[in-house]
Design a protein around this ligand. Structure first.
Ligand code: SAM
Length: 403
């Protein structure tokens, strides 16, 4: 679990281009819900964090995929087992939502072609990525598999996924969330607007106009922008405490539902950090779970440098069950990344760690990197692998068997 950082005093720096654009919009139309602010910060077509080439990615954060290809290799074994559970259809679609630059896709495909040839012949891997800059990187990485007809790079999900597995790695934590505050038993939504120079009211309809020319932003509570926010908490039986901040991941729920509806028979495998609702909204997370990442520094300065830092919130796996259920998805199981990798790797004592021609030094290095992926107080414990199935009876999956 990530530690909550102490709030930092923001260093004074010039406003980002996105900040100037947002300030203009707020001057004309008033404050916007935090979810809209987060959407702009991450997905603005020109200035959004994920719309730009990935050059600074490693400077801000890295994911399990970046650590070592073993993650993708063991995932390939799990996917091949899913293919068997569906009676080895002639075409098995693996649809990776939010595929980034295609690193995970390459690790799965490169391993499958060499170690799982029958599965590879049935595999059609669709790497879906909304950012043209990131999608561009697929071309080179996946070239060999695309030319063999085993991979496709796409901007949108296929309309139908008759048989296969939808998967995502750190997608749902990167979707906009509504931020709420519970006060006197009532939910208020956090809005982002221009910083007021004088003292303002606690709960506002619109922000005071005294900061007309400034681009400095601040957060204030206001009325809920949609009744869906209250329904989200009611549906999961969640009551927040007095003074508690929390996130409602409505976009993740909608995305899970929409994607799940496209699946005929198969699986939805989600890799992300998160909790069940009872834990996520417990007194252990009174400030919510939203964090900003910039140059490997984690902070709660969400409003700083819009478009230039990553914003994430923990995933609510219970909510995925509820919304997924509407698409006919049922939970197969949910385990830590450590349990998932150990479950799949122990059969051959992690022999998949090594490339066929690896030297002794490379083998030692690979073993050290595996520890990074498995460590229960690091990635191994923070990340969860949650699998849902649809149109089949719950199968036994090796990755979910626990340690
Ligand atoms: C945190 S990154 C993770 C990238 C990759 N899965 C990895 O592990 O490195 C989230 C990715 O999801 C992409 N994304 C977000 N919404 C999307 C959508 N609607 N369709 C396709 N990709 C999306 C973003 O552009 C970004 O590349």
């Amino acid at each position: 679990m990530k530690a909550r950082p102490a709030p930092e005093v923001a260093a004074h720096r010039p406003p980002t281009p996105l900040q100037l654009q947002l300030a203009e919009r707020m001057r004309a139309h008033g404050p916007i819900p935090f979810a809209d602010f987060m959407r702009e910060c991450l997905y603005h077509p020109e200035f959004g964090y994920y719309s730009r080439p990935e050059a600074r990615h490693f400077g801000d954060y890295y994911t399990s995929v970046d650590v070592h290809p073993i993650f993708g290799r063991l995932l390939a074994r799990q996917l091949a087992e899913m293919w068997h559970a569906l009676d080895c259809p002639t075409e098995f679609l693996v649809v990776e939502a939010g595929a980034g630059t295609g690193r995970l896709a390459a690790h799965v495909l490169d391993f499958a072609v060499r170690a799982l040839p029958d599965f590879y012949q049935a595999l059609c891997y669709v790497a879906v990525e909304q950012s043209p800059a990131r999608r561009h990187a697929h071309a080179e990485r996946l070239e060999a598999h695309v030319s063999r007809g085993r991979a496709i790079s796409a901007a949108e999900l296929p309309r139908e996924i008759p048989e296969g597995c939808i998967l995502s790695n750190e997608l749902f934590d990167a979707l906009p969330v509504h931020r709420v505050l519970c006060r006197k038993g009532t939910l208020h939504e956090m809005f982002v607007g221009l910083r007021a120079s004088g003292p303002g009211d606690d709960v506002v309809e619109g922000f005071p106009g005294s900061a007309m020319q400034s681009a400095e932003l601040e957060e204030r509570p206001g009325p809920l922008s949609s009744p869906e926010i209250e329904e989200y908490f009611l549906e999961q039986g969640i009551t927040l405490c007095e003074g508690q901040f929390a996130e409602a991941g409505l976009e993740a729920c909608r995305r899970f539902l929409d994607t799940g509806r496209r699946l005929g028979h198969g699986f939805f495998l989600t890799i992300d950090y998160g909790y069940e609702a009872q834990e996520l909204y417990s007194e252990r997370h009174l400030r919510g779970t939203l964090l900003a990442y910039s140059r490997h520094r984690v902070s709660e300065n969400f409003l700083d440098a819009p478009g230039e830092q990553d914003l994430t919130a923990h995933v609510n796996f219970t909510a995925l069950d509820v919304w997924g259920g509407r698409a006919g998805l049922a939970r197969t199981g949910c385990v830590s990344q450590m349990a998932f990798l150990v479950g799949l790797g122990r059969a051959n004592e992690f022999a998949d760690l090594y490339a066929p021609d690896a030297s002794e030094v490379e083998k030692i290095r690979a073993r050290l990197l595996l520890k990074t992926l498995l460590h229960p107080e690091g990635m191994g414990g923070t990340f969860q692998v949650c699998v849902h199935h649809k149109g089949i009876t719950a199968p036994r999956l090796t990755g979910l068997q626990g340690i």
